[in-house]
Design a protein around this ligand. Structure first.
Ligand SMILES: Cc1ncc(COP(=O)(O)O)c(C=O)c1O
Length: 499
């Protein structure tokens, strides 16, 4: 914020916050800062560099203590710690709070009421943990405070994001011309890719979707599998393509599109395939479907939020065979690659179509020569999450990414074998990192899931898979060890036997 004389206003630590808020931050050890030159002595410097760094030190210490304790606590927070969040809620206080005290409050009341997602025994949803390098990068990114919209705002953020996008394309085995955007997650990646698809197909039909909207536009047909992820359907709604206005392809018992039940494709079809069903981990048979869809001129989109990363492993790559024939791919780095939240990736074979859908122009937005994220992303201002993606992938290397896919999938098989041996039914073919367990009657399964969550050794959620109530185990974290699997198995079996 600029004050009346071009000064920087600030939050404060003073006994008189209102006077303080009119004054200037940052003292430099030698002489006045350029931002306060020319100001009266009485108005100078009330927040020192020490003041500015102290909350970071408090937060870093609390963060490190948190990480050290994460494997020794209940995975779900205890009800009493959740109740203690009362200390942080309520009306906004009139007076400022010392930033160190703010950090202390978060550590005291916030940390205990978190879910231990970053430990080795969280198997909910498809949540990865955050790799140490990606977390360190996130801390640095916060210190940098960059707006990663345009290169003139952050050469570092843009260079690393471009590199991370290229590394991702390479790991996923996608065509060299592919470009894209680093977005908040697979929901926005699906949205961005489908916006590119909408642009391309309507442009081909002589219609300018971005300028003229969809009223009166030529019709497009969207084809999805009957087990498409809800976020893809939400994205279709956000794009005006309709949540319900889709042709649904019947699927098999694993949720894979049946290639003998496909509709006719043409050059106004958007075909949405899935690489990795959120419940079973199954892949649509892309190699069987894509050649015909491509020949017909359809746009092929892949929701590969986690499954596409199987391509990074020589042992699991076979599951992604044929997906390279698509036109766009949505995936997440906060799932299998274990980059922190929020980090999704939209990739498009012809990046110009994504650009056409996302372009933004204004006299003050000075475009550089290279790729400007603002021209490819739904957002303008954005955090430099591409740096975290770069850091995570750099720390893993090709071998590390393959190893996460292989190790977590092996853990999933260990879970399935242990649960079968204990007499419980595993509902899916455990091809990658997802396991569905049926503990008996639906109520018994739900009671068992609740008991497992409450006991605290590990955390799993429930689902209904093709009419069967089941517990979902998603092994997505780099941090999970074989010992974590065995401890969790013992807790699951004990809970199921008690219920
Ligand atoms: C197949 C699939 N697509 C999309 C999503 C949505 O991802 P996000 O939560 O990152 O938006 C998920 C989440 O699990 C998923 O499994």
């Amino acid at each position: 914020m600029s004050g009346a004389h071009g000064r920087i206003l600030c939050y404060g630590l003073t006994s008189n916050p209102y006077r303080r808020a009119r004054q200037v931050l940052i003292a430099r050890p030698s002489g006045p800062s350029p931002i306060i030159r020319g100001m009266e002595a009485s108005e100078k410097v009330l927040v020192t560099e020490t003041d500015r760094v102290a909350p970071l030190q408090a937060a870093a210490q609390a963060g490190m203590d948190y990480i050290r304790s994460i494997n020794h606590r209940s995975v779900a927070p205890r009800p009493e710690t959740v109740a203690s969040l009362a200390a942080l809620i309520g009306p906004l206080p009139d007076a400022p709070t010392d930033p160190v005290e703010v950090a202390r409050l978060l550590a005291q009341y916030g940390s205990p009421a978190t879910v231990a997602n970053g430990g080795g025994r969280y198997f909910g949803f498809v949540n990865g943990g955050c790799l140490p390098a990606a977390m360190a990068a996130a801390w640095l990114v916060n210190a940098w405070d960059q707006n990663a919209a345009m290169e003139c705002q952050s050469p570092t953020a843009i260079a690393l994001e471009n590199t991370a996008l290229e590394w991702t394309r390479d790991l996923l085995g996608l065509p060299e011309e592919t470009g894209g955007a680093v977005v908040t997650g697979a929901t926005m990646a699906n949205f961005s890719c489908l916006a590119a698809a909408r642009h391309a197909l309507l442009e081909r039909a002589g219609w300018d979707a971005e300028n003229d909207g969809l009223f009166g536009a030529p019709e497009l047909t969207v084809v999805i599998g009957n087990e498409a992820h809800s976020s893809l359907i939400k994205a279709l709604g956000m794009l005006g393509l309709g949540r319900k206005r889709v042709v649904r392809v019947p699927v098999d018992g694993q949720g894979r599109m049946r290639d003998d039940a496909l509709p006719h494709f043409n050059d106004r079809t958007i075909l949405c395939l899935q690489a990795g069903n959120v419940n079973t981990g199954a892949f649509d048979p892309a190699a069987a479907i894509c050649p015909e869809a491509r020949a017909a001129g359809a746009w092929i989109h892949v929701d590969g939020a986690f499954g596409l990363w199987a391509a990074a492993s020589p042992a699991y790559r076979r599951f992604t065979h044929g997906y390279e024939l698509a036109d766009s791919w949505a995936t997440d780095a906060h799932k299998w690659p274990n980059v922190g939240y929020d980090c999704g990736i939209a990739l498009v074979r012809e990046p110009a179509t994504l650009r056409a859908a996302m372009e933004v122009q204004a006299a003050y937005l000075h475009q550089g020569e290279g790729r400007e994220p603002s021209q490819f992303n739904p957002e303008l201002s954005r955090r430099a999450r591409g740096v975290e993606l770069w850091a995570g992938l750099r720390s893993l290397g090709r071998a590390g990414m393959a190893e996460i896919v292989e190790r977590t999938s092996a853990h999933a098989r260990r879970f399935a074998a242990g649960l079968r041996a204990a007499g419980f039914r595993v509902l899916n073919d455990v091809a990658i990192n997802q396991v569905l367990v049926d503990f008996g009657a639906p109520e018994k399964t739900l009671r068992t899931v609740a008991a497992i969550q409450q006991e605290g050794t590990c955390w799993c959620g429930s689902t209904v898979w093709q009419g069967h109530t089941a517990m979902r185990i998603s092994v997505s974290s780099w941090a999970t060890t074989e010992e974590d699997v065995d401890r969790s198995l013992a807790a699951m079996i004990a809970a199921a036997k008690k219920e």
